[in-house]
Every structure is written in C-alpha cells, then in structure tokens.
Design a protein around this ligand. Sequence first.
Ligand code: MG
Length: 240
Amino acid sequence: MPALEAAALFFDVDGTLLEIKPEPDAVFCDDDLRALLARLLMRCQGAVALVSGRRLDDVDRIFSPLKLTTVGLHGAEMRDVGGAERRADPRNMDHARQAVRGFVAAHDGLMLEDKGATLAVHYRRRPELGAMTLAFLLRFGPGDDLAVQEGKFVVELKPARYDKGAAIAALMGSPPFKDRRPVFFGDDLTDETGFAVVNGLGGLSVRIGDPEARTQARFVLSDCASLRAMLWRRLREALP
Ligand SMILES: [Mg+2]
C-alpha cells in the first residue's frame, strides 16, 4: 500500500468497513471506526471517500456526524468534496417499479427495497429464488437504460450509466484525490468495476473476504476486522 500521504482511499461500506447484518437498518458506525476515518481523513488530506450501494442519506445516518465524500446507489448518487450533491431521478425507474413490485409480491420471502433511483430485490430468506429473481430483472436492460447489479443475496436494478468504477474515476479527476494513488477496498460484485478502475490507474484493489473468490482485486483481506487493524497499523507506523 502506498504511504497514506500519497494515497486516495475509497471504501465500500457493508461487508468492508462494517459487518453485514441481516437487517440493513441495524448497521451503524461505532466509535472506533469513526475515529479511524477521522484520522485517515487528516493523514490523506481529505482524500477519503465512501462508495456504497446505499442511498446517500442512509450512509450519512450510519456515519453521523461525519459527512464524508460519498458515492451512493452504486454511483447514481454522489456528494463531492465540496459538498455538492448529485442524485439520479427516481422517475427513471417508474416503468419498472410496478412490474418489480408485482414480482416480489408474488413470491413469498422476497423483499423489495425501493431506493428511489434503484430497486433492490433481496432473496436472503429464500436463496433458491435467486436465479429466478435475476432472470426476471434481466428482462429490463440497455433498451430501458437500466442495468442489473448482482450482490450477496440481492439483485438490483439501476441506471445503466452509473457504476462504482466510473464514480471513483470521476472523483480521481479533481483534488484532493487527483495525483494520488487510489486504493479501493470492497467485498462484493458491485465493487468489481471499482477494482478494475483503480488497477487501470496504477492503484491498489483490495477485496475483503474469501481468498478463493474470483475477482479483479489484486489483494485480499479476510474480514472487516483485518482491514481496520491494518489501517490502524498504518496510521501508527508512520508516526515520527
Ligand atoms: Mg459491500
């Protein structure tokens, strides 16, 4: 990993900074993580961003009172360093919304999470419905300007033009990220575009989880706790 003084750090949230919980609303940032992020922000001169599939408002709730540079909804939402926010129009999803609602209602155990500009169908309670859910959502596609994003026990319909990789590339275009070496930490399929982009920029891609999983990430850490321990170590090591 590059020296923190020369690095731009990008973090996925669920499964990377915070353990995944069965109920997404039960996830919150503890004091240790808040302190860690605050220290990293100082050492990287502000070049730290969260890159999540959650809505911006949801990320802010979790990390309150910290308001970091944040990518939400896999890139469909973004708050830049200056605090300016961009959000995709939820109406782009209107033509799909009714059909997805109907599909979820017809299959016991599926759960629809309507995030406005994206629609996530969770099948954690009925893993055997995963393939069918994916097939259903794949009916929507480039013709609708929509794309399907798979995740852990979730399939999500999102605007086609946004992904985490493009969002990271956009942030890397201006200070304080510009001219630093990007490092992206993620754990899921939605993070693969981010891994590819930081690889292309000569940065570092780190996947949290199973070392046997197929991924474009060049490095692996076993779990969220190892990531935090590594970052605290880096913060301490470089002290004069
Ligand atoms: Mg994740």
